[in-house]
Design a protein around this ligand. Structure first.
Ligand SMILES: [Mn+2]
Length: 326
């Protein structure tokens, strides 16, 4: 793994820096990127966001979130550095880099990261890429000790990625470093409770209706050890929620007594998107990888193209059956 010092050197010598993240960005992708964007602007660097995505409603409170608006989808002229955060592989980057020949720095915590950068800073012990953004920003000279507005602005973004990628500090990816970083942010005045509320007590009414519908059709499979949740395409259209984040619905399945794996299937234009979460020892990344997906041991995602939702469900259950020795 490269060092943060090397990344600092590249940032300081770059003339124009583009930042991007994984498609359908979550709290960590957005948080780690906006933390760095705020820091770079403060340091008077010419930096901007490249993305094909728009920001989800519950992340729009973050400083500079308005710049995640897909107005720039490929590097602007004279960009000599692109930094990609929280994205394991090139295909998933939310930016069009086909005509870009400059340097790419890859900062991530996914175990499946393909080291596609000129510099790769991949720390799989980080609970969130936001931890790495925080460390890099400290390396850049913002010490998170002086209680300034810029430190709070960056802290909001860092906290957001950490709280969303750790299930509010309940997942096993949390380390003492995770708590150290957050402890420091709270010491300089970060309002953790308010951020949590912005993130989670902010659902559109239709989203709650969607949850009700999906939960009323939940099924248990494989000796009641796997919860299966399905979102047919028509349902999202009916509720006008085509772009909504549905990642929180899956955790309800995992909350059921005796369930070890929760699976959420979402029907999209060209196939079925699957999310998998595991409670104990089942490595769901292995299951996702069988169908070209990836992720972490306890949280993974996979897109199955050209199949209907029933086939996608059966494929994943067949693979889980073998993996779980059932
Ligand atoms: Mn992440």
């Amino acid at each position: 793994m490269s060092s943060l010092k090397e990344i600092k050197k590249e940032i300081l010598s770059a003339k124009r820096i583009g930042l991007s993240f994984h498609s359908s960005p979550d709290g960590d992708a957005i948080g780690s990127t906006l933390a760095l964007l705020n820091a770079l602007r403060y340091l008077k660097k010419d930096a901007y966001i490249i993305t094909r995505d728009v920001i989800s409603d519950n992340l729009s409170f973050l400083p500079l979130a308005n710049e995640v608006d897909k107005s720039i989808t490929e590097p602007r002229d004279n960009t000599d550095l692109v930094i990609i955060l929280d994205c394991g592989n090139v295909e998933r980057i939310s930016a069009d880099l086909r005509n870009y020949n400059g340097k790419i720095i890859n900062i991530d915590h996914h175990i499946s990261n393909e080291n596609y950068g000129f510099i790769n800073y991949v720390d799989i012990t980080a609970a969130a890429t936001c931890e790495l953004s925080y460390l890099l920003i400290k390396e850049l000279g913002i010490d998170f000790e002086s209680k300034t507005d810029i430190e709070i602005a960056i802290g909001k973004a860092v906290y957001t990625g950490i709280v969303t990628d750790t299930g509010s500090f309940r997942h096993s990816n949390v380390t003492s470093r995770t708590h150290d970083i957050v402890s420091n942010l709270i010491a300089i005045g970060l309002d953790n409770s308010k951020i949590h509320s912005n993130l989670f007590d902010n659902k559109p009414f239709e989203k709650v209706k969607l949850m009700g519908n999906v939960l009323s059709n939940i099924e248990l499979a494989l000796d009641n050890k796997v919860a299966v949740l399905q979102i047919p395409k028509g349902l999202l259209e009916e509720l006008n929620l085509q772009n909504a984040d549905t990642s929180d619905i899956i955790s309800v399945g995992l909350g059921i007594k005796g369930v070890e794996v929760s699976m959420l299937l979402k029907e999209v234009e060209d196939g079925v998107k699957g999310s998998l979460r595991s409670k104990n020892n089942v490595d769901v990344r292995k299951i996702a990888e069988i169908y070209g997906g990836g992720g972490h041991i306890k949280a993974a995602g996979v897109m199955q193209r050209g199949v209907d939702i029933r086939t996608a469900r059966n494929n994943l259950l067949d693979s889980l059956k073998k993996e779980m020795n059932l």
